[in-house]
Design a protein around this ligand. Structure first.
Ligand code: SAM
Length: 507
């Protein structure tokens, strides 16, 4: 499939042979590769059809639509599918029509399709965020709250090169591909942003490879089938020259020796409890860009993995090590109306007393009714009073919540009630510990010489300022004394000049 990935440049409308996301409900999104019909598909005269709990949607109704469009369900002939196969298999060679009068080779055009009485979906462009919620799960995935923070911290931006291991279900892969995308490379030498992804499980690797092709991400994502603990991160023997690294592996510390600037020695490795590297000394190359600082993140679900990773990071020269846990919560903000006289069973209505007065009024009302019911009245006056009280209180209750707090006529329905917020109870997020670290750029003798030429140290003609406090005080005193002396000599010279003409006058 040629063309630019719909994840990167979706264009204004849906296109054939491209991925689109059918949004059924907030928690249900179905990926669909839109096909242009040229014959009956799977027994449907309408061509390819997606069947959902909201109805059937022939692809022809989804094509060339502005992204975000609402699509009404269509009436499709689901009943004739089995019949069609039967007819196909019939020996007498009778024409096998799925819909009476419609040959299988013909697809019902959008015009012919009848809109179903109910049911609709929205058609959305693929984005890494929606893909994460709809992708086929092959492993535990990195969710949006985590990967957006990770990509920001590892400084992934257009034109960067990222190493990612393992690829798993490709959730992080899609997000990082969008982050580094700065155009599709025209040739192998065309240096653009790229994701170098590694996956060790054969089946997941194959599926990822297929997904990259289907999503037209070739050239932007390169996946390699590799056990990175043993074989490192070189691609076809060459360094990816990466500036950012993300490791979502069960034992990230085992991959760290392959991300060093120089090859760790066997004794260094054994001191950190790792095996000797497979790569021979002569073939060793650093997979990181030499003239840039490398930003790394590891993603681990348990603290034991974190401590082990940090221990190895420290020994291998990683700096600014920091652990973060993203505790993402969605806060739902709504208006809540409180009062005893509010309509029951309505959203946003809380049928409890709004204040003490309302609660007291309600209690009196109940007590009055109670007394009446049991006929315990000794004094009719009291009863009368109670009844009167009740009426008054009921009025009070009825008027209270709305009259005191808000006037139902003047307050807009969406502004009525108290503003309340609560956190969403069910949230898809895989809480893991994120460890960030930085590996400084390589520093060679020639770089040191070049820096020395620009900023020559030790060749200064005089010392500017002093670090020593006493010396600074002395310098200041000298400076003040100098200024004082100059002032004195200036005023003396002034005095001399003033006195000399007087003398001449006298003379
Ligand atoms: C939790 S999943 C990664 C999920 C991925 N980050 C995502 O967002 O979809 C971890 C993956 O690492 C892979 N893996 C484990 N050990 C590996 C190794 N030594 N080399 C390469 N991949 C490895 C596993 O096969 C698995 O697919």
């Amino acid at each position: 499939m040629a063309g630019i990935s719909p994840f990167l440049e979706p264009g204004p409308r849906t296109r054939p042979n491209s991925l689109a996301l059918a949004h059924l409900s907030r928690d249900s999104i179905q990926p669909v590769y839109l096909q242009e019909g040229s014959g009956a598909v799977d027994g449907y005269a309408e061509g390819a059809v997606i069947n959902t709990r909201f109805g059937s949607f022939p692809h022809s109704t989804l094509l060339d639509k502005p992204w975000g469009s609402q699509i009404r369900a269509s009436v499709v002939d689901t009943g004739s599918r089995g019949r069609k196969r039967k007819l196909n298999n019939s020996v007498d060679g009778e024409a096998s029509n799925t819909v009476p009068g419609t040959p299988t080779s013909e697809v019902a055009t959008t015009k012919d399709l009848k809109t179903a009485p109910s049911g609709f979906i929205h058609i959305l462009p693929p984005t890494p965020e929606i893909w994460t919620t709809s992708l086929p799960h092959r492993t535990q995935v990195v969710y949006t709250p985590d990967y957006s923070y990770i990509l920001h911290r590892i400084r992934a931006r257009p034109g960067m090169k990222i190493i990612e291991a393992g690829a798993g279900s490709g959730s992080f892969t899609h997000a990082s591909a969008r982050a580094i995308y700065n155009g599709t490379p025209k040739s192998a030498q065309d240096a653009r942003g790229k994701v170098f992804s590694f996956e060790f499980n054969e089946d997941r690797y194959q599926k990822m490879q297929k997904e990259i092709e289907d999503h037209r991400l070739e050239g932007i994502v390169e996946i390699t089938h590799r056990d990175v603990y043993n074989d490192g991160f070189l691609v076809n023997g060459e360094s990816p020259e990466a500036e950012c690294v993300f490791l979502d592996l069960p034992a990230p510390w085992k991959a760290l020796p392959h991300l060093s600037r120089r090859r760790p020695t066997p004794s260094e490795l054994s001191s950190i409890g790792l095996d000797a590297l497979n790569t021979p000394e002569s073939e060793w190359k650093c997979p990181l860009r030499a003239d840039r600082t490398t930003y790394l993140c590891t993603f681990s679900p348990c603290i034991e993995q974190v401590t082990k990773t940090i221990d190895v990071m420290r020994r291998l020269g990683w700096m600014e090590i920091e652990m973060v846990e993203v505790a993402h919560r969605r806060i739902i903000v709504s208006r809540e109306r409180i009062g005893l006289n509010l309509p029951p069973n309505e959203r946003g209505m809380n049928q409890t007393a709004a204040n003490v007065e309302e609660a007291m009024g309600k209690l009196k009302e109940i007590e009055g009714r109670f007394k009446k019911f049991h006929g315990k009245t000794e004094d009719t006056d009291v009863n009368m009073d109670d009844d009167n009280d009740e009426t008054a209180d009921t009025k009070h209750v009825n008027g209270n919540a709305d009259s005191k707090t808000e006037d139902p006529l003047s307050v807009k329905p969406w502004m009525a009630g108290r503003l309340a917020h609560r956190t969403e109870p069910e949230l898809k997020t895989h809480t893991s510990y994120l460890v960030f670290a930085v590996l400084p750029q390589e520093w060679t003798e020639s770089q040191e010489m070049a820096a020395f030429e620009t900023w020559p140290c030790g060749k200064e003609s005089k010392v500017i300022g002093s670090l020593d406090k006493e010396a600074r005080k002395r310098e200041k005193r000298e400076l003040l004394k100098g200024k004082k002396r100059k002032k004195e000599s200036d005023s003396k010279a002034e005095g001399d000049r003033a006195s000399s003409p007087k003398k001449s006058k006298v003379a």
